[in-house]
Design a protein around this ligand. Structure first.
Ligand code: NAD
Ligand code: MG
Length: 385
């Protein structure tokens, strides 16, 4: 392990966040060492990344691809493992300083908790972790002295606005939302949209799940809950404002009424690099913002009547307990079904709402309660579909 370099485990290295994190690391070889890479479906990309970055270990979550990855890397000094249990174990390795949690969905929960237990610093992209088990995860992080550095652009913006202000109370935060590809559309329109339209985000290129979540505003709902836990806020301190240009990434309002915003071009490499490099801002050659390309920055009220997912997420957050876990599991099943053309765009909200009404409420869930809630919700949601 080198003295001045951070040794990083990238969970979900083959995804949108994972590959952009590797771009950041490739450009900053003096600051970072890749210790661990993990992937699921895309074994070929994982192999290619392993050959380029020469990590200590790689893990392929999909165990059926183990032999394939093992054989491809046999002439390299790289350990190969398979399965999600192996991911949860490997993050505890002594040589790992920081874990970038960039697996998508509930699947990222176990490994993130495991990394916190081992005292690793966390760069958190996997927002579902905090949605599902925010109380448990933030309490554990506190207990272990672990910082959760947000990668999500809105939360990175808030975090950047708070630099030097950690002793000052927050009055309120505003999370900005682009509004997605269906901003301004009504329910009649939404009833007819297909996945091809929903997968075209105006400002960001991301994995399929978060892109659908962005179109349905569930992504903003998940982010509201994520913000509650990251910044220790009450629900009424969190507001959402639509900002179609995605230049202002979010805002904090302090108790004197002053507001701070963080701005920049929409490029996930910026918040990824800030989280990995914290507390330093590393030099980059990312494109710079020009005022004259954006002569107007505009803001609108969010339409929670048409985009019910955001209202449902606020409801789940207000109710607390295992409700956000139910919301998340139902949404994962619904998004998957929408991507397979099994249900329509608006039916995703129906599934989430039915699950929130039906799955048993637990006020103070344990880890096992979350596991059971997730499973029970998936079963019920699948029956609805
Ligand atoms: P993605 O689908 O592009 O990548 C997901 C990664 O997780 C891949 O490496 C995949 O192999 C792995 N993975 C998937 N299922 C797995 C499983 N069951 N077990 C183990 N590994 C599995 O997703 P993404 O867009 O990179 O998003 C990753 C996370 O970051 C999500 O939680 C998302 O909400 C969050 N996030 C993404 C962006 C973005 O711009 N993409 C922005 C903010 C937050
Ligand atoms: Mg975001």
């Amino acid at each position: 392990m080198s003295e001045n370099k951070k040794n990083i485990a990238i969970l979900g290295s083959t995804g949108s966040i994972g590959t952009q994190a590797l771009d950041v690391i490739r450009a900053n070889p003096d600051s970072f060492v890749v210790e661990v890479l993990t992937g699921n479906g895309n074994a070929d990309l994982l192999i290619k990344q392993a050959i380029e970055f020469n990590p200590n270990s790689v893990v392929i979550a999909d165990e059926s691809k183990y032999a394939y990855v093992k054989e491809a890397l046999q002439s390299y000094d790289i350990k190969v493992f398979a399965g999600n249990k192996a991911i949860a174990e490997i993050v505890q390795m002594d040589s790992v300083n920081m874990v970038l949690a960039a697996i998508v969905g509930y699947a990222g929960l176990e490994s993130t908790i495991s990394a916190i237990k081992a005292g690793k610093q966390i760069a958190l992209a996997n927002k579902e972790t905090l949605v599902v088990a925010g109380d448990l995860v933030t309490n554990l992080a506190k207990e272990k002295g672990v910082n959760l550095y947000p990668v999500d652009s809105e939360h990175s913006a808030i975090f950047q606005c708070l630099a030097g202000e950690f002793h000052n109370p927050i009055e309120k935060i505003y999370l900005t939302a682009s509004g997605g590809p269906f901003r301004g559309k009504d329910k009649n329109f939404l009833a007819t949209v297909k996945k091809e339209q929903a997968l075209k985000h105006p400002n960001w290129e991301m994995g399929a799940k978060i892109t659908i979540d962005s179109a349905s505003l569930m992504n903003k709902g998940l982010e509201v809950i994520e913000a509650k836990w990251l910044f220790n806020l009450k629900p009424e301190q969190i507001d959402v404002i639509v900002h179609p240009q995605s230049i202002v990434h979010s805002l904090v309002q302090f108790t004197d009424g002053s507001m701070k915003a963080q701005m920049g071009l929409p490029d996930m490499k910026l918040p990824i690099q800030y989280a990995l490099g914290y507390p330093n801002r590393m030099k980059s050659d990312f494109p710079r913002f020009s005022f004259f390309n954006y002569p107007q920055l505009t803001f609108e009220q969010v339409d929670t009547k048409t985009f019910r997912n955001l209202a449902l997420a606020f409801e789940a957050m207000n109710k607390g307990g295992n409700s956000p876990c139910i919301l998340n599991a139902a949404n994962e099943i619904a998004v998957n079904a929408f991507l397979k053309d099994k249900i329509g765009f608006l039916e995703m909200s129906d599934v989430v709402e039915k699950c929130l009404q039906t799955v048993s409420f637990i006020a103070k869930p344990s880890y096992d309660d979350y596991v059971e809630t997730d499973l029970a919700t998936r079963q019920f949601a699948n029956e609805l579909i």
